[in-house]
Write a protein that binds this ligand. Structure first.
Ligand code: ADP
Length: 867
């Protein structure tokens, strides 16, 4: 920051110094120059030659004052005469400004002759040029006669000067200086504008509006330079100068056509392209004619004027149309510039028509400055508007991300209760299949809802640029194992064969973002299962070495025999919310976000994903993920592992620790109930605290083996409570795990940095909870699986008996086993029932047990009684 400040300061300093120098030059140098400089030293002779008379064909003379114009028919000659000064020294010249054929006679003898057709080099076109005719001492007091032949223009005689060569040049420079400086500056500004325009196009993707107007102004400015009287003193070859002027004049409108096109929002793109093409063609044709000597630029000038005029009319019509339609609002600023420019051009033209002597290009120059200034202001407004829009969009996107993060938090908290309570229903419901079925439906729907929330959150993180890879060392075999564990169950539930082919040579330990790698693989395997109704899903994991040392390309290929993807739908696969064949797949849950997220994470990892699919036959999705290898030890044989699969989301007693004491801190009563409910089966003694303060007071009384601490609590949140624990109870060394509904990127790292041992995101699932307990509880407190199963079994049995003891006893007799089954379903809810198929069995039972009711089908009973 500091060095940047210095840098800016030095730029300001340099600018100030430069400005001071410029002001110095202008104030002292230019003022002095215009005052005539130090006259006593530099005196260049130069004065107007006066006393001219017009010589008629019959020889009569009449006095005239220059500048002067005569109507001369082509082929006619007009002559003027004057007396030269009485005393002529060395280095004295007369300066005649002309663009047409003329002869100079001194004392009746020809001294100088300009014949356009003989003297020009290319094509015979000449512009107004200063011709210097040298005089000698013997010419003193003699008559100078200038004859002009009318060919293309009227017979115009400007002022004719006499003086030393330097004196004549100085006069011309002084006369044109302001214009010349103004023009050269314009060329510089236009060049800078073009460079900035190109830069903006590359960096910010803006269009070529500013480039095209810059180019137009540059060409126009150059034309004014080439057309200026001064040009010939720098470049002696004024014949070429004339040709260049014509060429520039012909192409100057092309960039302006593009400028108009951009200004008008490319509404009339086609028309402008056609007009620009006509101008280009005109340039080529006229130039070829000129250089081949068929017709020079002077001759073709009317054609050029007509084409340029037509092109201006087209542009004006289009602007008027915009005006009528009310489209001009969006480019008001540029329009003011364009109108000013057109007016300056028209003004210059009118002046030319009125009299040749008034053309000097100043009005045109002012018009160009006007045009460029407004175009630059317009561009600046566009940039500012774009910046404002970006700022607004960024604010909106930030607000969206925050909203999504908060929303996901808000949804996850009640989801914790729903999924947690539901889990308890599944455990408690025991034999009631109907309740279990309902609860399982809630569980499935809850999990789908959670995965949708996670997808939306992921995508919003990626789109706001907040998603980042969190790389660490990880065990590839356990990642693959977990994925197989989860997906195998889903596949077999659908009756699909799940085939796994993991290359045994895969390195065991890799470095990368394990969570994202798992997510990518899970996504494509899950899709394969979702979109396959019969047959198989195969997961193949292999690798190939990369050029970069210690890197491999992890290749995950999932082949299914599912519904397949139509060729023309392939391009929709990776778009947000792009679900294919909506009507057919309506019953398959999904958001259309999964593959988009997968692809974006793969892009972040510089990986790839390819799809090969045949509609109705099946698909193959292949992802390659570059990962760094940490340990090359082989992963080993996976097919054995697959046989021992135990689905993770099916509840089983994996942990029991009756000797452990833990503390759960959460301000939400329902959450406390969920966690203690989930923990009930583990037999862990659970203390509950509803706030940070209560947690501290509990800690002062006893010690715990582990603490679960909620983050979002009023008054004292998790982080503060943890700090207070560390401060007040330095001896508390037990693991403290934060519970939070935060699922935003980097949450885990944040909490671990804050000093928590680990992180559990809500909704807490029983297997995650138990995994944390298994990891952090002292191992001597955890019972072995056999012991745990034994206790569990004994409890179930006891509970079943206890429940039954309280119910009225009934014996049901029915020979029809189907009916008996139905009766069992019905009776079992309210009675402790015994079910037999005939009376003798009932008797046998009643010999040893008691029953309050006997249920028999009336028909059976009476039939039997009759017997
Ligand atoms: P969704 O949540 O809908 O599954 P995805 O982004 O994962 O979203 O997939 C986008 C679409 O691509 C799906 O809706 C489905 O139509 C199609 N698709 C993805 N995987 C497969 C597959 N293995 N077989 C057939 N179609 C698939």
């Amino acid at each position: 920051m500091k060095s940047n400040g210095k840098y800016v300061k030095s730029i300001w300093f340099m600018t100030a110094v430069f400005a001071a120098i410029v002001i110095f030059i202008f104030v002292f140098g230019m003022l002095d120059f215009f005052k005539g400089g130090r006259k006593e030293q530099i005196t260049y002779d130069c004065s107007r030659l006066v006393g001219w008379s017009l010589v008629k064909e019959d020889g009569t003379k009449s006095e005239i004052a220059l500048p002067c114009e005569f109507n001369v028919e082509p082929g006619e000659t007009v002559a003027i005469e004057a007396y030269l000064p009485k005393k002529i020294h060395n280095d004295v010249w007369i300066d005649i400004l002309a663009d047409d054929d003329f002869n100079v006679y001194i004392d009746g003898k020809e001294r100088f002759k300009f014949d356009r057709n003989k003297d020009t080099i290319i094509g015979g076109s000449v512009k107004e040029t200063h011709y210097f005719v040298e005089l000698f001492a013997e010419d003193s007091g003699k008559i100078v006669r200038i004859e002009k032949r009318g060919s293309i223009s009227n017979g115009f005689f400007p002022n004719i000067y006499i003086g030393s060569s330097l004196g004549l040049i100085e006069r011309t420079i002084r006369k044109n200086l302001v214009f010349f400086i103004g023009d050269v500056s314009l060329i510089l500004i236009a060049t800078i504008t073009i460079i900035i325009g190109f830069y903006q196009n590359r960096k910010q993707g803006s269009n070529f509006m500013i480039v095209s107007v810059g180019l137009g102004v540059l060409i126009d400015g150059l034309w004014l330079v080439f057309d200026s009287e001064l040009f010939q003193f720098a470049f002696r070859n004024y014949y070429i100068d004339g040709v260049i002027s014509y060429m520039l004049l012909m192409i100057v409108s092309i960039p302006f056509m593009y400028y108009f096109n951009f200004v008008q929002g490319e509404r009339y793109k086609r028309i402008y392209i056609i007009v620009a093409s006509v101008l280009e063609m005109e340039f080529v044709v006229l130039t070829v004619l000129h250089f081949t000597g068929v017709a020079n630029y002077l001759v073709t000038f009317p054609v050029m004027a007509a084409v340029e005029g037509a092109e201006m009319i087209v542009a004006i019509i289009l602007f008027v149309r915009d005006l009528i339609k009310g489209y001009t609002g969006s480019y008001r600023i540029s329009l003011i510039g364009i109108m000013g420019y057109i007016l300056s051009g028209v003004g210059e033209l009118i002046m030319t028509l009125i009299s040749d002597k008034w053309i000097d290009g100043s009005l045109m120059l002012a018009g160009l400055y006007w045009l460029l200034s407004f175009a630059i202001v317009h561009q600046l407004t566009i940039i500012r508007e774009a910046q404002d829009a970006t700022a607004v969009a960024m604010l909106a996107s930030e607000a969206k991300s925050n909203f999504l993060a908060n929303m996901s938090h808000e949804i996850r908290t009640p989801m914790n209760s729903i999924i947690g309570m539901d889990e308890m229903i599944i455990r408690e419901a025991e034999d009631d299949e109907r309740i279990i079925r309902y609860a399982m439906n809630i569980k499935n729907a809850g999990n789908i809802l959670l995965s949708i929330i996670n997808d939306i959150l992921d995508l919003s993180k990626i789109e706001s640029g907040k998603a980042e890879l969190i790389c660490a060392q990880y065990d590839l075999s356990s990642a693959i194992n977990d994925i197989i564990n989860i997906t195998y169950k889903r596949a077999s539930d659908k009756g699909l064969d799940f085939l796994v082919d993991v290359s045994p040579g895969l390195p065991r330990t890799l470095y990368g973002d394990e969570v994202r790698v798992r997510q990518i693989i899970m996504n494509i395997v899950n899709n394969a299962i979702k979109y396959t109704n019969e047959g198989s899903v195969s997961l193949r994991v292999s690798f190939s070495p990369m050029e970069k040392d210690d890197y491999i390309n992890l290749s995950v290929s999932v082949v299914d025999t599912g519904i397949g993807i139509k060729k023309d739908e392939m391009n929709k696969l990776f778009t947000s919310f792009g679900r294919l064949e909506e009507s057919r797949n309506r019953n398959i849950e999904g958001t259309g976000l999964g593959l988009n997220i997968t692809r974006k994470y793969l892009d972040m990892m510089e990986g790839t994903i390819t799809v090969d699919s045949e509609y109705g036959v099946g698909s193959t999705f292949t992802a390659t993920i570059p990962q760094k290898v940490v340990d090359y030890t082989n992963i080993g044989n996976f097919s054995d592992a697959v046989k021992k699969i135990m689905p993770l989301d099916e509840y089983c007693t994996s942990l029991m620790a009756p000797g452990a004491n833990i503390l759960v801190v959460d301000d939400n009563e329902m959450n406390l109930e969920v966690i203690s409910g989930l923990l009930e089966v583990t037999k862990i003694k659970t203390d509950l605290a509803a706030s940070g303060a209560e947690c501290l007071s509990k800690l002062s009384r006893r010690s715990y083996d582990l603490i679960f601490l909620d983050q979002m609590m009023p008054e004292m949140d998790g982080v503060h409570t943890l700090a207070a624990i560390r401060e007040q109870f330095p001896n508390v060394k037990c693991p403290i795990v934060v519970l939070t509904a935060d699922a935003i990127s980097g949450a885990r790292e944040y909490y671990i940095k804050q000093g928590f041992t680990d992180y559990l995101s809500k909704p807490v699932k029983s297997f995650q909870l138990e995994a944390v307990l298994l990891k952090y509880l002292p191992s001597n407190l955890i019972l072995s699986k056999d012991e745990a199963d034994r206790i569990m079994y004994a409890e179930r049995k006891k509970r079943k008996n206890e429940n039954k003891e309280a119910l009225p006893k009934v014996i049901v007799i029915n020979p029809d086993s189907e009916e008996l089954k139905r009766e069992k379903e019905f009776v079992d809810k309210a009675f402790d029932g015994t079910f037999v198929r005939d009376i003798s069995n009932a008797r046998k039972y009643l010999e040893k047990h008691e029953a309050e009711y006997v249920l028999v089908k009336a028909s059976d009973y009476f039939d039997k009684a009759e017997e």
